[in-house]
Structures are given as structure tokens and as C-alpha cells.
Design a protein around this ligand. Structure first.
Ligand SMILES: Cc1cc2nc3c(=O)[nH]c(=O)nc-3n(C[C@H](O)[C@H](O)[C@H](O)COP(=O)(O)O)c2cc1C
Length: 269
């Protein structure tokens, strides 16, 4: 990842905000009050672009990024966001249609916007984008499942359901997102967290686009226990699969939000 800050000296107002907001303190003023990396700063820099985002006059460019083409800051409407959070459900019935390309493109656009512990580009997303590919995964999985035995009661239910045309593993989804993490480029303890945050962002954003999602432990098990399924996901060699999420166009509509019991909360003052 290229780490370089370039200052437009004509524009810089020497306010020092870029220096103040830098999380790793790798920027300082030069003698003529122009921000620059401290010695060895490139190595410490997270490439988080806080310096780039905070500059009130767009005088600081990070790597090849031009501040003039960034979007303006916007947080939307908090009531709408709360409604989205409360309305989101796991969707287990999908239309037999591929997700339109424009919606997939929008999801791809936001993938890199979830935080990771030390802002590393350490995640890989494999997206099964068509129902045909998803059916391939489904067939490989059920070939194995139907010929396997297990004392697990739910396993028996899955097999019985499949005989009557119900897919309890992939819930008939036409797409799936698998997120994997670079084993050699992750902060200790954050391996699962980085990828879980990314899936949470996808979950909410996809539902705001009218798509359905379900976090799927069963698909994860299929991917990790059936080598042919793992192969199909095309996960780069040094990455480990973290989790899977089903995706598709919902074939079900909820009429109201649930009324969930509150988690334990203690306000400490
Ligand atoms: C980590 C995780 C794994 C899950 N695995 C599955 C799964 O394999 N199959 C499924 O139908 N739902 C799965 N779910 C969905 C949960 O059952 C669901 O989130 C929960 O029942 C609450 O329902 P809601 O998401 O509609 O609010 C999973 C959810 C999470 C967070």
C-alpha cells in the first residue's frame, strides 16, 4: 500500500488538524510549518486517511487520492437508521432471481469502508453472484450431506427437508458472501472481529437496498468441511475463511418489527 502525503503549499493554512488527528502521530510540521511524515513515518502510518479527510481546505493528498473527488460527509437520518436496524431480519425465503448488478456493485463499493483494527487491507470477499453458481455449491453440499450420517437431530431434519424440496442450509439463496482474513496481516485478536464488522455493514446496507441476508453458520460449515465447496469460493492461499452470509432478493415481507427483550445494560456513573 502506497503511503505518501503531498501538501499543496498554496492551499495549506497550517492549522495542524492533520497532525492532531493522526492516530499514530506520524506527521509533524516542517520548519516552514508544512505537514510532513516524521522520520520513518511511512512505516508507522495506518493509511487511514484521517489527515486527508480532516484537512478543511483539501491541501493534503494521500497517496494517489485527490481530495477534490471525495464525497462530502453525511450521516443521514438517525431515525431511518434506527428503523433499519430494528427492521432487519434474517431472510430465509428468496426469489429465484439473480441480484441485479447495480445492487451488487453498490455492496462492493462499501466493502472497504468497515473499520479494521489497524486499518489493514486484510480482508478478502468471495461473492457467489449467480443462482447457477449457488446451485453448484448447493448440489455439491447436499451430495455429501445426503450420504453422510450423524446423530445430530437437526442434521436429520436437514436431510428430511431436502427430500421434500426444502434447502435448510442455504435457504434457497441465489448469492452468498464469504469473508476471509489474511492470516499474516492481521492484528492479534482481531482476526474474527475485522471480518465480522464487515459482514455487519453488508448485512444492514444490503437490507437497505431491499435485499435479504442471513448470517449462515451452516453454509460456513459446508465451506469448511467440504473441500470442493471451499475450492469454489476461490479464497486466496494465505487467507482463512471467517464466515458466510446468504444474500438474495427476499420472497417474504415482514409486517412489523419484533419486540426484543433488552440485553443486560448497566449505566456506570
Ligand atoms: C453467527 C450467526 C450464524 C447464523 N447461522 C444461521 C444459519 O446457519 N441458518 C439460519 O437460518 N440462520 C442463521 N443465523 C440467523 C439467526 O438464527 C438469527 O439472526 C436469529 O434467529 C435472530 O433473527 P433475526 O436475524 O431475524 O433478527 C445466524 C446468525 C448469526 C449471527
Amino acid at each position: 500500500m502506497l503511503k505518501k502525503i503531498t501538501i499543496d503549499k498554496e492551499k495549506c493554512i497550517h492549522c495542524g488538524l492533520c497532525i492532531k488527528d493522526c492516530p499514530t502521530k506520524c506527521i509533524e510540521f516542517s520548519e516552514d510549518k508544512i505537514p510532513q511524515y516524521i522520520q520513518g513515518g511511512e512505516d508507522i502510518c495506518f493509511a487511514c486517511q484521517h489527515c486527508f479527510s480532516i484537512c478543511p481546505v483539501g491541501a493534503l493528498s494521500f497517496a494517489d487520492k485527490n481530495p477534490d473527488v471525495s464525497e462530502s460527509i453525511g450521516f443521514g437520518n438517525s431515525e431511518d437508521l434506527k428503523k433499519l436496524i430494528k427492521s432487519r431480519r434474517s431472510i430465509r425465503f428468496f426469489k429465484d432471481e439473480n441480484i441485479p448488478k447495480d445492487k451488487l456493485d453498490k455492496i462492493i463499493e462499501i466493502l472497504s469502508y468497515s473499520p479494521t483494527a489497524t486499518n489493514r487491507d486484510n480482508l478478502h470477499f468471495s461473492i457467489i453472484a449467480t443462482k447457477e453458481k449457488m446451485n453448484e455449491i448447493r448440489h455439491i453440499t447436499y451430495d455429501k450431506v445426503m450420504s453422510a450420517s450423524s446423530p445430530n437431530e437437526f442434521f436429520k431434519i436437514v436431510k428430511e427437508a431436502y427430500k421434500s424440496g426444502n434447502d435448510l442450509i442455504f435457504r434457497g439463496a441465489t448469492s452468498m458472501i464469504a469473508v476471509a482474513v489474511d492470516k499474516n496481516n492481521t492484528s492479534p485478536g482481531a482476526e474474527i472481529i475485522d471480518s465480522t464488522i464487515a459482514l455487519s455493514y453488508i448485512d444492514l446496507y444490503a437490507q437497505s437496498l431491499g435485499l435479504g441476508t442471513t448470517w449462515c453458520g451452516l453454509a460456513f460449515r459446508a465451506a469448511t468441511q467440504i473441500p470442493e465447496v471451499y475450492e469454489l469460493l476461490n479464497i486466496p492461499r494465505n487467507y482463512t475463511l471467517s464466515y458466510t452470509m446468504l444474500l438474495g432478493i427476499p420472497n417474504i415481507k415482514y409486517a412489523r418489527t419484533p419486540q426484543l427483550d433488552k440485553f443486560s445494560v448497566k449505566l456506570i456513573k
